[in-house]
Design a protein around this ligand. Structure first.
Ligand SMILES: CC(C)(COP(=O)(O)OP(=O)(O)OC[C@H]1O[C@@H](n2cnc3c(N)ncnc32)[C@H](O)[C@@H]1OP(=O)(O)O)[C@@H](O)C(=O)NCCC(=O)NCCS
Length: 164
C-alpha cells in the first residue's frame, strides 16, 4: 500500500468518514452514539468545524483509511483555546501506525493554531485509545463513573489531557 497522506478533509470525504465512524457506532463503545450518523448530520458537523477546528483524513491509493478532528470543547468564549480530539481508523486498518500518525499530525495542527490544551474523553475499557494517547504524553486527569450505558453495560469515561 502507498504511504498514507494526511490532509484536510473536504466535503467529498464525508461518506467515507461516516462509513468508518458508523462501524463503531454499531460495534464499539468507543463512541457513545447509539444510532448511525446520517449524511445530513455529518454535513452539518463538517461545516461547524471552522479553521480553528480542522478535520483531517489519512488517504492511501485514493481510499480514506481514517479521520481525525479537533472539536470545540465548550462554546463559552473563555474555553476557545481548549479543544477536544477525535481519531477513528478504519477497522480493517488497525495497528499499522495510522492512529499514531493522525494524532501526531493533529497535535502539530493544534500547536500551530495556538491552542493551549487538548482534552480526550475516552471510554475506560478502550485500551487501544488510552495507550495511543499516553504515548503522546496525555495524562489521566479524572474519571467519570458510569456516565454511559451501551451494549448492556454502564461505562466510565476517562478524561485525558495534553498541555501544548
Ligand atoms: C485507537 C485507534 C485510533 C488506534 O489506531 P491504530 O492505527 O490502530 O494504532 P497505531 O497502529 O497507530 O498504534 C499506536 C499505539 O496505540 C496503542 N494501540 C493501538 N491499538 C492497540 C490495541 N489494540 N491494544 C493496545 N494498544 C493499542 C499502542 O500503544 C500503539 O503503539 P505500538 O503499536 O507501538 O504498541 C484505533 O484502534 C481506532 O480507530 N479505534 C476506534 C476508535 C477510537 O477508539 N478512537 C479513539 C477515541 S476518539
Amino acid at each position: 500500500m502507498n504511504a498514507p497522506h494526511i490532509r484536510l478533509a473536504t466535503e467529498a470525504d464525508l461518506a467515507a468518514i461516516n462509513a468508518i465512524y458508523n462501524h463503531y457506532v454499531e460495534h464499539s463503545t468507543c463512541t457513545y452514539q447509539l444510532a448511525p450518523e446520517s449524511e445530513a448530520a455529518r454535513l452539518a458537523w463538517f461545516y461547524r468545524h471552522g479553521a480553528a477546528h480542522p478535520v483531517t483524513v489519512a488517504e492511501a491509493a485514493g481510499e480514506v483509511l481514517g479521520w481525525a478532528s479537533l472539536n470545540v470543547f465548550n462554546p463559552r468564549e473563555a474555553y476557545a483555546r481548549t479543544v477536544e480530539n477525535s481519531v477513528y481508523i478504519h477497522h480493517e486498518h488497525h495497528r499499522r501506525g495510522l492512529g499514531r500518525a493522525m494524532l501526531a499530525d493533529l497535535i502539530a495542527r493544534a500547536r500551530a493554531l495556538d491552542h493551549h490544551t487538548i482534552i480526550a474523553g475516552i471510554s475506560a475499557e478502550q485500551t487501544a485509545s488510552i495507550r495511543l494517547h499516553l504515548g503522546f504524553g496525555f495524562e489521566e486527569i479524572g474519571r467519570l463513573r458510569q456516565v454511559g450505558f451501551k451494549h448492556g453495560q454502564w461505562l466510565d469515561v476517562v478524561s485525558m489531557q495534553l498541555m501544548l
